[in-house]
Design a protein around this ligand. Structure first.
Ligand code: ADP
Length: 401
């Protein structure tokens, strides 16, 4: 408690000292003005000029504010009275001197008031400037934080897209692998039986005494097994046809947008510029949306893979669509990658034809099958001066999008 008392009294003392300092300075300045005026009086004939007092008042108001300014004026006025009236060499009191004194006193008070006001305005401006700077810094920080957040969001979105497209690819590969395994399994059994029955038939025919009846039986069994294998293939075809049973109206633009969204991360990662121009009033297609997406996905994935190894020029993919003959649409998809180097474009549509170390060579053949099942055509050609071009023709439904 005493300590607090001590502290508060010390604080009071400090406050008083702070308050008194500008007045002391004002007094000092007026004293300096007096000294310099007295000095001037020794070299001047007549009344010395009193401008040192104006300077003292202006300085006191500038450094101390309104109070010290008025204080300096109040102290200077009697001194002015002394120089104008009392200290005249002839000691005669003239009205003119009195007027001059009044003029001096008015100027002294006005000078103090104006200077302190000027100082106040300048202080206000300075503080507003400081506030503005603080606000600008705050805004800059907020902006930086927002930009960082946006960059982080873009990174997360790109990672998500990359994961999604990877997942899509893995799922497609898994489905294909499963389908291939089940086809192999179903076909393998009749094929083994055909081989066995064929060998039996040959054995009966090659015997010392050929047994024609047994050979015929074995040959018939081989034929029956071959028919079974063919039924398996027919069943798979029927399955594919059934999968196409529920066709719907498909907007080409929406279909391309979905595929491009899936491939966005890959396109961005390889700095590929993509231009997609589909006429807005193009009627819809009629088909299996997922399968049509699969076609664009395959073609675009191939284009991206080719472009990812292309250097020395801007990497571009262009997709355009225009109405063809007899209510069809012709979709052109071209890239400026390496193109088809050693092969004839038509050969690439055969199953298992690939130039990639880890390629399966199924993408183009599946794509052509899908397009043909939709009543269209898919062809490839070399693009001029670089790259590959694919043309897909598909019938339009006639319905507005
Ligand atoms: P995969 O991509 O597994 O090789 P595809 O059937 O999709 O199988 O493609 C077959 C081949 O066609 C590819 O290996 C590649 O040589 C060639 N090809 C396809 N599209 C392009 C393209 N846009 N640019 C260059 N070559 C391509």
């Amino acid at each position: 408690m005493p300590l607090r008392l001590l502290n508060s009294s010390a604080g009071l003392r400090n406050d008083n000292q702070t308050l008194a300092a500008p007045y002391a300075l004002a007094l000092l300045l007026v004293a300096a003005a007096l000294a310099s005026t007295l000095l001037l009086q020794t070299v001047y004939v007549g009344r010395p000029p009193l401008f040192p007092f104006f300077a003292a008042i202006a300085a006191a108001a500038w450094f101390g504010g309104k109070g010290p300014g008025y204080f300096a004026s109040a102290v200077s006025v009697p001194l002015g009275l002394y120089f104008y009236v009392v200290a005249r060499p002839d000691h005669d009191l003239h009205f003119r001197d009195f007027l001059l004194f009044v003029f001096f006193a008015t100027c002294a008070f006005l000078g103090g008031a104006l200077n302190s006001r000027h100082r106040k305005t300048e202080d206000g401006l300075r503080s507003a400037h400081r506030d503005l700077q603080a606000k600008a810094t705050e805004l800059q920080h907020a902006n930086d934080a927002l930009l960082a957040e946006m960059a982080e969001r873009r990174r997360t979105e790109a990672t998500l897209e990359a994961m999604r497209s990877k997942l899509g690819r893995v799922m497609r590969l898994t489905t294909m692998a499963e389908m291939a395994a089940s086809i192999a399994h179903e076909i393998n059994q009749p094929l083994t039986a055909i081989v066995t029955n064929g060998e039996t038939c040959v054995r009966w025919l090659n015997a010392a005494e050929p047994n024609i009846a047994e050979a015929q039986d074995a040959a018939k069994r081989a034929v029956r097994d071959a028919e079974r294998a063919s039924q398996v293939v027919s069943r798979i075809r029927a399955m594919v046809r059934n999968a196409l049973a529920d066709r719907e109206q498909v907007s080409l633009q929406a279909c391309l947008d979905d595929v491009l969204a899936l491939l966005l991360a890959d396109l961005t990662a390889h700095q590929i510029e993509i231009r997609c121009e589909v006429p807005p009033a193009l009627p819809t297609l009629f088909g299996d949306r997922i399968q049509l997406q699969q076609v664009f996905f395959n073609l675009l994935t191939n284009a991206i893979e080719s472009l990812s190894e292309t250097t020395g020029r801007q990497r571009d993919i262009t997709i355009s669509a225009e109405r063809g003959r007899e209510n069809t649409v012709v979709i052109l998809l071209r890239d400026n990658g390496a193109g088809f180097q050693d092969c004839e474009p038509e050969q690439l549509f055969d199953s298992f034809v690939t130039t990639k170390p880890s390629g399966m060579g199924m993408g183009l053949s599946i794509s052509r099958t899908i397009v043909e099942t939709h009543g269209g055509t898919l062809t490839a050609s070399r693009a001029i001066p670089h790259g590959a071009a694919f043309a897909i023709t598909l019938p339009l439904s006639g319905e507005e999008p």
